[in-house]
Design a protein. Sequence first.
Length: 642
Amino acid sequence: MKRLLFISCLASFGWLGLQAGEVITSPDGRIAVELDTNDGQPCYQVSYDGKVIISRSALGLQTNIGDYTKEMALTKVTSKDKNDTYDLHTIKQSHVSHEAREALARYEQKGQHVMDITFHISNRDVAFRYTLLPKKDTRCCVITQEQTEFVLPETATSFLAPQARPMTGFARTAPSYETRYGIDEPVGKNGWGQGYTFPCLFKVPSPSAEQWLLISETGTDGKYVGCRLTGKEKGHYQIGFPLETESNGWGSTSVQMALPGKTPWRTITMGDLSDIIETTVTWDVVEPKYKAGKTYDYGKGTWSWIIGMDSSCNFDEQKRYIDFAADMGYRSVLIDALWDVQIGYQRMEELAAYGKTKGVGIFLWYNSNGSWNDAPQSPRGIMDNALKRRQEMAWMQKTGILGIKVDFFGGDKQPMLQLYEDILTDANDYGIQVIFHGCTLPRGWERMFPNYAASEAVLASENLHFSQGFCDNEARDCGAMYPFTRNVVGSMDFGGSALNKFYSADNKRGSQRKTSDIYALATAVIFQSPVQHFALAPNNLTDAPSWAIDFMKQVPTTWDELRFIDGYPGKYIIMARRAGNKWYVAGINATDSSIKQTLSLPMLNDGQVQLYQNQQVVTSKLSKKKTVKIEIPTNGGIVITQ
């Protein structure tokens, strides 16, 4: 075994060669990353507060121009300290300032420099990516497999969403990141046989304090594939490429890359649950790919489909929803599938003009199309064709359409990732925002693509309409789980916050909501997306509590700051978000008994707060220590504003 030793006392400027010591540390010294080679196999190990969290794990890539998992030598490591700030109004924190240590590890094979690995280590994150170099006159390659492993303690437990088998589900549209998360399950499994979708949450027990890890990836675009985590025995996990049968067999499972070429970042966030929820590593290590076509704004909207389904996408009903959006002071209405045949292009122009008089814009739904699944809903045959797509977007720009919601992708192969990028790039040329559904996980896209708004990529609100069982478990499967997992790494278009008692237009039949009205308000705060099309209906103006409607009129969709207060994945969550000078504290309870706590809220000002609790709103006074007593019933929520 050959081991290169590092020191952590580094200069703040410039790259310096490291010569002695065994680890690269985070700026605060709590995270330590050790690099070595094991019989020519690149390896790494991660420790937190002196405890090994990820044991020696393999690194490397297998390509058609060389196997970079063996006969490798780590010959040089250089490092520098990095301080960065940026503003991004579409994520959990509008202004980000972070410090990290970046190290560049150089690898040679038989005396030739063939690969670098860049490490970005902050006080709660480790991110790394590979750079492949030209090999003599060879300037392109195919990556057939990524060896990257994460070896966790066998005592760890997991909170993972199994990847669905390709070409299953509705109209053979899977995988689309729409499966339930397990809670505290043992490691050593492989989901349903296909591994797990990112992000992947783990708990490592400790005598002093539990340690948490969130493993994911970021920076993926059309130059790579979307990856998953495959499980093996004894806590071994490895990066997995797409399966051959994804997208109906269209496209290769491998990566075609020009050299020099960089892979996406692998990210590991560690610490307590506040570190997990508050991390910004997904966006810290990526850069914008192009300039915004215009200044994009964000906000709330209405959406008829979740209550009225396909038949609601007609001219009269959408006009009624535009009026509803205007009454709520909302920015937009989302018009879903079949609008092209049930409304038509000419009458859609009428709707857009009518909406403009009300100060309400329109988002339009599209099928991603192509030959990769059987989804029949139209408009079809547009978003997968560059010429038709740009012609359609020119019509949207002329008509005044705000954005699009593109659905039914399925699969993570490189051509599909390129389609996402092409849709975003073209839409930006015409000043159009983009939401994706039935889709892959966003991987840093809020910063990479300025007109990107959000993705579904989660078991979302449509299932509340279709399944009473999903309604029965809404708090557990959604409200108390997604803040710790899916929503940590990207904007999540859930489409919830319903105030109907039933998921039907007459509010008298169908799936029955089991969560409280205050739960609905809490999710409007807890679920983060800069564009929110809520599951509200015009009848809620008269049949829902006035305080609930008033709250839903005022709640922001863009935030400046996030603070985790308390919680446990799948059980309960209490967090606070700030918009401007105003804080919103929200909580959800998915346990079988009421939660009673005294919350310490040092971020609030002295004086009174509005407490939404037990189906009423009361004025409560903060104590001198800025505490307030709360109670969250089962399937219920709380909200505190000031």
